[in-house]
Write a protein that binds this ligand. Structure first.
Ligand code: 5AD
Ligand code: SF4
Length: 476
């Protein structure tokens, strides 16, 4: 079989990163091997995201660039997958005559058959069929093309929460969970290939398995925690309304569970939360944050904020800023509200002006900056365990870091709290020239920057000396 080249542009969230792995491995038996060179590709797939208007625009703008490639090479197959494909379906074929294939979020398992048909009949195909439940055939156990230290594992898909701004329930379908034994088998497989850390993915992992009576998320976490060879577990995303005391307790009880939770609040105003259909109040959210911190004092908490939701007043927005100050998040993702097809908020009145929305976004970012740096600064002088994900890619930053700090941070990894650390090996470990990737090493944090930490590897003795510094030393 002739080797053919497959170029995939993955846009949007981690779920799409996982799906891209599934697409690659589904198409490998047909002779398609991944390439990073667009010009060389026999097939180009754009795995799209439609969570916000900007993401959708980006997908169409990339697709627009593909027309001349198809003109030059009529045998090229151009496919569009993911949420925009699900949302737009057949309309894409009309709008973009050079597209051969539109496949929705539930069609990945059917791709080999579809691609065969396109090759044999040179037809155009649209498959946006959506099913209520997950079947074991929807996921390949070796779906993730693993060369990395960390891997994503989708544990459920869809969402039943219907937040009024959100397109997900319409493009990813009803919430449905994979069987725990399949998830565990997939992680065992990943570990056997060298993966040390998994991130369990779902729109709302807190409600994993409840619908199917498959045991809840805590039971799954415990099963994953017991897997030998796995070093770290992360998960995302948690809906605050479903964050149970049992799940919170896992941050105290499970040794592999990383000390980080992403807990999107979206707004600090009860009136806005209500119109968003978030089904928690500011008070209830803050209580959960307090309980989490009581259980695990160094737990990092990050969040998502939407600014400029329809009808958001100055007072509502001030409540968001005050919540950010009260929580002191480790990091924030902030977004300008945009109308999404089918989402109920499209029909809400009192849409805000773009200028106000942009100003509010800036205010959120400026408010948060202080806390991100504060959290980073608090780690200077502490020893942290870092899972090394590879050599720090050389860029302008690195030159600047070297000049300013006399450090030579050639390696990179993350703390349990998900902070990026660039570090240098120290003299005593320099002779040991083995690859560090995939190892957990102890790093003395020496400098805090807005987006990362810098440090140097320390020996075990130095690490235990530093533990005299009390609660500033965290080894997770
Ligand atoms: N407009 C702006 N932000 C949105 N998000 C989801 N839908 C929208 C929208 N219509 C944000 C939310 C969510 C994150 C993934 O994207 O903050 O948590
Ligand atoms: Fe969208 Fe809300 Fe579901 Fe998250 S919980 S995916 S914001 S509907």
């Amino acid at each position: 079989m002739r080797t053919k080249h497959l170029f995939i542009n993955t846009m949007g969230c981690q779920m799409n990163v996982y799906d891209t792995g599934q697409i690659q491995n589904r198409l490998a038996p047909l002779g398609y091997l991944p390439t990073e060179e667009l010009e060389k590709a026999d097939m180009i797939i754009v795995n799209t995201c439609s969570i916000r208007d900007k993401a959708e625009q980006k997908a169409f703008s990339f697709l627009g660039r593909l027309a001349p490639l198809k003109q030059r090479n009529p045998d090229l197959i151009v496919g569009i997958g993911g949420c925009v494909a699900q949302q737009e379906g057949r309309r894409i074929l009309k709008r973009m005559p050079f597209v051969d294939l539109v496949f929705g979020t539930h069609a990945i398992g059917r791709l080999p058959g579809i691609v065969q048909r396109i090759i044999e009949k040179r037809c155009r195909v649209v498959d946006v069929e959506i099913s209520e439940t997950i079947s074991p055939d929807d996921y390949l156990l070796d779906g993730y093309p693993q060369t990395d230290t960390s891997a994503f594992v989708t544990i459920m898909r869809g969402c039943d929460n219907y937040c009024t701004y959100c397109v997900v329930p319409y493009v990813r379908g009803r919430e449905s969970s994979r069987a725990p034994e399949e998830i565990v088998a997939e992680i065992e497989h990943l570990v056997s290939k060298g993966v040390r850390e998994v991130t369990l993915l779902g729109q709302n992992v807190n409600s994993y398995g409840l619908k199917e009576g498959r045991g809840g998320f805590v039971r799954l976490l415990k099963a994953v925690n017991s897997l030998e060879g796995l070093a770290r577990i992360r998960f995302t995303t948690s809906h605050p309304k479903d964050l149970s005391p049992e799940l919170m307790a896992c941050f105290q009880q499970l040794d592999k569970l990383c000390h980080h939770i992403h807990l999107p609040v979206q707004s600090g105003s009860d009136a806005v939360l209500k119109r968003m259909n978030r089904r928690y109040t500011r008070k209830a959210y803050l209580e959960k944050v307090e309980q989490l911190r009581a259980l695990n004092s160094d737990l990092a908490i990050t969040s998502d904020i939407i600014v400029g939701f329809p009808g958001e007043t100055d007072e509502d927005f001030e409540e968001t800023l005050s919540l950010i100050r009260q929580v002191e998040y480790d990091g924030l993702f902030a977004f300008i509200y945009s109308d999404r097809p089918n989402a109920p908020a499209v029909k809400f009145s009192d849409k805000l002006d773009d200028t106000i929305k942009k100003e509010r976004l800036q205010q959120v970012l400026t408010t948060q900056e202080v806390f991100t740096l504060k959290k980073h600064n608090a780690l200077v002088g502490a020893v942290q365990e870092i899972l090394v994900d590879g050599l720090h890619r050389s860029n302008g930053d690195q030159e600047e870091i070297r000049d300013k700090t006399a450090l030579n941070p050639e390696w990179s990894g993350r703390t349990s709290t998900n902070k990026i650390v660039h570090f240098a090996r120290n003299d005593s470990t320099q002779s040991d020239n083995q690859m560090l990737t995939g190892k957990i090493v102890r790093i003395m944090i020496e400098k805090a920057l807005p987006h990362c930490l810098l440090g140097r590897q320390v020996s075990s003795e130095e690490a235990s000396d530093a533990s005299g510094k009390g609660d500033r030393t965290h080894v997770a």
